[in-house]
Ligand binder design. Structure first.
Ligand code: MG
Length: 370
């Protein structure tokens, strides 16, 4: 089999509002997600589909240009089964742009799964669990509305809520206090600062104040490259520290392990560069005794399906994950919705990624919302 063509479509999917306003976290407000869909055609009449997702502005168009000009030429004429070889070739063309490489690699896995008639998780070692436990993120707002929102998500079945912190100290502490009160003792509460605190001292002010509220972990409290500071913070507080923005590729995972910087790592299919690299991140952490979760950009249904395939196949998936990006959007782009129920995501049934694009939605999303 040979790859004949790589096609791209930039889409603008409207984000769901929270509290009647635009969703916002430490990364800023977002009215829509700008992602890039990729379709890889073959001479066997199998087309693989992939999604390049990013929570950062304008990335859909940037990744599309990199795919068209730099990465697609690497794939044309090649055998789609040689995924590791093609991933290495893409890395040799230029460093970085992991999400673009992940979207293309996702489509290659889809092709191989479809050709073999087997789901992608079977290409990753097979199922070690049947579903992936979920966390729901509580965006920036007033402490009262954040608590009501968290209670609503707990009632909907989410076992874990992730409180976005880094607004200001008083608001963060009050939000966490009210959320714990609202969800009761049985729901897991974690916090995510999205790199907002600049120093160990600044992070400690909030972390020590929220300690009484039974907090599972603190996600990315400090800027991504501040690994010595992260390690120091980790020694000085009792709540476990999770890396998110600090870890993209396997090289980053190895570095946080070496520096003793974190207790848990949030692995992204997009940031790592694809299934193979994400699985390496999982492997490095597992060998070091560090559990992982899967993070979200947040993806549409296509890349969410890919995350779920990864999640059911990784032995080292420890805590609840963010494999439900579709829930942060007003609608999805799949012909059949993913099964996301009672706080769990389930892998789609069928060969490859097991999902198909609803081209009517894709067409509608080709223009950014006014
Ligand atoms: Mg995060």
């Amino acid at each position: 089999m040979k790859i004949t063509k790589v096609r791209t479509i930039v889409i603008y999917g409207p984000r769901r509002k929270a509290y009647g306003r635009t969703y916002a976290s430490g990364l800023g407000p977002r009215t829509y997600s700008e992602h890039c869909i990729v379709l890889i055609d073959t001479d066997a009449e199998i087309t693989g589909i992939g999604e390049v997702a990013s929570c950062f502005a304008r990335r859909g168009r940037i990744y599309e240009a990199e795919i068209e000009q730099l990465l697609a030429p690497v794939l044309i004429g090649e055998d789609p089964y040689r995924i590791a070889h093609l991933a290495a070739r893409m890395n040799a063309v230029f460093e970085g742009s992991e999400p673009a490489k992940a979207g293309l690699e996702m489509a290659l896995f889809d092709i191989v799964g479809k050709d073999l008639g087997t789901p992608v998780y079977n290409l990753l070692g097979g199922m070690v669990r049947e579903r992936v436990g979920l966390s729901y993120s509580i965006p920036y707002g007033g402490p009262g509305e954040m608590a009501a929102f968290a209670a609503e998500k707990a009632r909907a079945g989410f076992r874990t809520v992730k409180v976005k912190v880094g607004q200001d100290r008083k608001t963060d502490i009050e939000a966490v206090r009210l959320i714990r009160e609202a969800v009761g003792p049985d729901v897991i509460v974690r916090v995510d600062a999205n790199m907002r605190w600049r120093t160990v001292a600044e992070a400690m002010q909030v972390i020590q104040a929220i300690q009484p509220y039974d907090i599972e972990l603190v996600e990315q409290p400090l800027p991504p490259r501040e690994l010595d500071a992260l390690a120091e913070l980790r020694r000085r507080v009792s709540i476990p520290i999770m890396a998110d923005e600090s870890v993209w590729t396997p090289r980053d995972a190895l570095e946080v392990v070496r520096r003793g910087a974190v207790d848990i790592v949030n692995v992204y299919l997009m940031e790592s560069g694809g299934f193979l690299a994400a699985a390496r991140n999982f492997g490095i952490c597992e060998t070091a005794g560090i559990p992982c979760i899967i993070g979200s950009m947040p993806e549409m249904g296509l890349a969410t399906a890919a995350q779920i395939h990864l999640g059911v196949a990784m032995t080292n998936l420890g805590l609840d994950s963010d494999c439900c990006g579709v829930l942060y959007h007003e609608e999805d782009l799949l012909t059949r919705p993913l099964k996301i129920e009672g706080g769990f995501s389930y892998p789609p049934v069928g060969p490859g990624l097991g999902v198909e694009l609803d081209m009517k939605v894709v067409e509608r999303w080709k223009k950014p919302p006014a």
